[in-house]
Design a protein around this ligand. Structure first.
Ligand code: ME8
Length: 665
């Protein structure tokens, strides 16, 4: 039987739409779950929603709905979000589920019977945003008695409540933390908790009487169970406790609770003590990651500084967003979200490095070996070194992922991608094609093996790209049929297998740059100087036709290119079928062009020089095999050619009619 792995996310408040911060935890849990499944574990990945409490009751009231109606609507949207992000959860718990309520009441009874719960009069400060009590001293330490996380004034509460004997278990908790160095991670969080517990724990108020939206205390229905006790219990109610002990024993203790650092004390103090009081083992690890900040502050619903993950995936593709979220910030640390950083990651790692490697490799295979993966021939030291580097990648990813260093795992993968691009430059397959076919075979074969390994180890993180690479390599079976361990093997490809021309994986994202737009003949020329064209024999470096620099530079031959290199740019005649201005961008026109049997859309920075209608019916010249770019959220496939002097811009046309799509050579 395979080893089990139980991983959880926090259950999110069903109080409003989730943002990219919540998605961050869930995407991390998803990557870890996918990784563990690939490693052969029997995984249970739990997420869900926290639906009781004053905050949600007030929200529902504010929109005139009953709380249950209100949360049902939010939960449907949260599940939609997880579908969009392709989250592979195995369980989704709602604290309004009957089974969960039954467990919470059972636990309350049990603790009461064991005298871990007692009743007393209580007066305290409360933040509805945190759903948390604060002592007088804590409350006074907040400037203006305003919660620093939620920016809302604390409220005074006074009621007769049930209390849980936290203090009784403090010593035992400290011992557990001491004896289990991995229990709270990262280390700084562990130290924080130890310090906090050593300052002394006060018993915890675990019931409320001043509102109704909660699970009633079984023997005192005027009181509802404190929302955090209700919420924390999800981790065991979802796996059957105490009514299906077979299921429970299969999964408990959890391997890891992933949480954000602001809810560490609930998970590393209250939760373990509750489990101790129930005489249950503690989770193996509580991992508190950092925050995604926006404008220097934690992104949060209450503060309103949020980024919508659905909108992001719509604009940038799911894999791009998954990659960014998992790669950008070392798991554990805080990080700033900016759209610029997202675009920079997509352009540098995904378009330039990974996308380019796939495109270059497959273009060379198509060109030099009739699209078939060649057998490896003679091997030199540089080939051997490259092969070993690729073969060690699986282990490197495991070393990082086994410690939940998700960002570093991706870094290791991208290191190999970078290495592969360098390897191409070093061995110059286009020269080998002329001089040394045996080594050309080795090089192309190794590059394809490298792509296979890369695709395979990307599986925990990206959900579409691995199969796209796989299919482009012409693999006989879908990627899911291949084990994780095959990423540590060589010669998995069958020489002779036919590769396919795939779509470019990640189009570069272009943003309209207001200042430089004036200088540019067309918006497509806004590709940054230095971008390497993804073609075989790549010694062309495309530059922008700006005042500062030449259009092309050549590595080898002081500015001259060979006829072969020139032919790599496919120019074709296209007829403008329609043209319109791009809303909100004064310099851009969106053109639909016909290439005979194909219609394309091109975005060009020519709006100041041409009236859209003037263009319709013109036959123009376009660079046909340019990677698509996304400009202002619109895909542009190809680039029109134009000439520009200090005053005007003129697009290239043909001087008599030819068939649309005809090559220009
Ligand atoms: O606290 N950066 O729910 P919640 C990173 N219901 N992670 C973030 C984030 C950000 N800016 N914003 C939110 C609750 N998160 C309770 C949990 S569990 C028994 C009960 C993530 O909707 C992070 O995981 O406020 C954080 O802990 C969680 O969402 C809080 O979600």
């Amino acid at each position: 039987m395979s080893e089990t792995y139980y991983i959880t996310t926090p259950i999110y408040y069903a109080s409003g739409d989730l943002h990219i911060g919540h998605s961050y935890t869930t995407l991390a849990a998803d990557a870890i779950s996918r990784y563990k499944r690939l490693r052969g574990y029997d995984v249970f990945f739990l997420t869900g929603t926290d639906e009781h409490g004053l905050k949600i009751q007030r929200k529902a009231e504010s929109v005139g709905l009953r709380p249950k109606e209100f949360v049902d609507g939010i939960v449907a949207k949260i599940k939609d979000l997880w579908r969009v992000l392709d989250i592979t959860y195995d369980g989704f718990i709602r604290t309004t589920d009957d089974d969960h309520k039954r467990t919470v009441q059972w636990i309350f009874n049990k603790l009461y019977e064991n005298q871990d719960i007692y009743k007393k009069n209580y007066e305290s400060w409360y933040c509805v945003g945190c759903e948390s009590f604060y002592t007088e001293t804590q409350a006074r330490s907040f400037p203006g008695m305003v919660c620093p996380d939620h920016g809302k004034p604390l409220e005074r509460v006074q009621e007769e409540s049930y209390f849980f004997r936290l203090s009784k278990y403090a010593e035992r908790l400290l011992r557990h933390i001491d004896e289990n160095p991995d229990f709270i991670q990262p280390l700084t969080r562990r130290n924080e908790v130890v310090q906090f517990v050593k300052m002394g724990l006060e018993d915890l108020c675990i019931s409320r009487t001043t509102f109704r939206w909660g699970i009633p205390v079984p023997f005192d229905p005027e009181s509802v169970v404190y929302v955090w006790i209700d919420a924390l219990t999800n981790y065991i109610s979802a796996i059957g406790y105490p009514f299906d002990m077979e299921k429970f024993n299969k999964w408990w203790p959890a391997n890891v609770h992933l949480i954000g650092k602001e809810i560490l004390r609930f998970h590393a103090v209250i939760w373990p003590i509750l489990l101790m009081a129930l005489d249950l083992p503690l989770p193996k690890q509580v991992f508190a990651h950092g925050w995604l900040n926006l404008g220097g502050k934690k992104m949060s619903k209450t503060m309103g500084n949020v980024v919508d993950p659905v909108e992001l995936t719509r604009r940038y593709s799911l894999d791009a967003v998954r990659y960014f979220v998992l790669r950008e910030v070392p798991f554990g640390a805080d990080g700033d979200y900016t759209e610029e950083a997202l675009i920079a990651r997509i352009n540098s790692d995904l378009a330039n490095d990974l996308g380019n490697l796939v495109y270059r490799t497959l273009t060379m295979v198509r060109r030099f070996t009739e699209a078939r993966i060649p057998p490896a021939g003679r091997e030199e030291a540089v080939d051997r070194e490259f092969k070993e580097r690729c073969l060690s990648l699986k282990q490197a990813v495991e070393d990082e992922m086994d410690h939940l260093r998700i960002s570093l795992a991706l870094e290791r993968i991208m290191d190999v991608v970078g290495k592969a691009n360098k390897y191409i430059d070093e061995v110059s397959p286009w020269d080998l094609a002329k001089k040394d076919p045996s080594r050309l075979g080795t090089t192309l074969n190794y590059l394809c093996e490298c792509l296979r390994i890369t695709a395979s180890v990307l599986r925990p993180f990206l959900v579409n790209t691995p199969s796209l690479i796989w299919n482009a390599l012409g693999m006989p079976e879908p990627i899911d049929r291949y084990s994780w361990d095959s990423a540590g093997e060589w010669e998995v490809l069958t020489p002779g297998q036919v590769t396919k021309r795939g779509k470019p994986l990640f189009p570069r994202i272009e943003r309209e740059d207001k200042d430089s737009a004036d200088e540019q003949a067309s918006s497509d020329e806004k590709r940054p100087a230095g971008e390497v064209l993804p073609v075989a024999g790549d010694s062309i470096v495309q530059g922008t036709r700006t005042k500062a620099g030449p259009a092309t530079t050549i590595k080898e031959d002081a500015g001259l290119i060979t006829i072969d290199q020139f032919r790599q740019v496919e120019l074709r005649v296209a007829e403008v079928v329609s043209a319109e201005k791009v809303q909100g961008a004064d310099k851009l026109l969106k053109l639909a062009v016909s290439l005979g049997d194909e219609e394309r859309q091109i975005v060009a920075g020519i709006a100041q020089y041409y009236d859209p209608q003037e263009l319709v019916g013109k036959q123009i010249v376009i660079a046909y095999n340019l990677r698509p770019a996304v400009i202002r959220g619109i895909e542009s496939k190809g680039m029109l050619l134009a000439s520009k002097d200090d005053e005007t811009l003129a697009i290239l046309t043909v001087d008599r009619k030819v068939k649309n799509g005809s090559p220009v050579s």
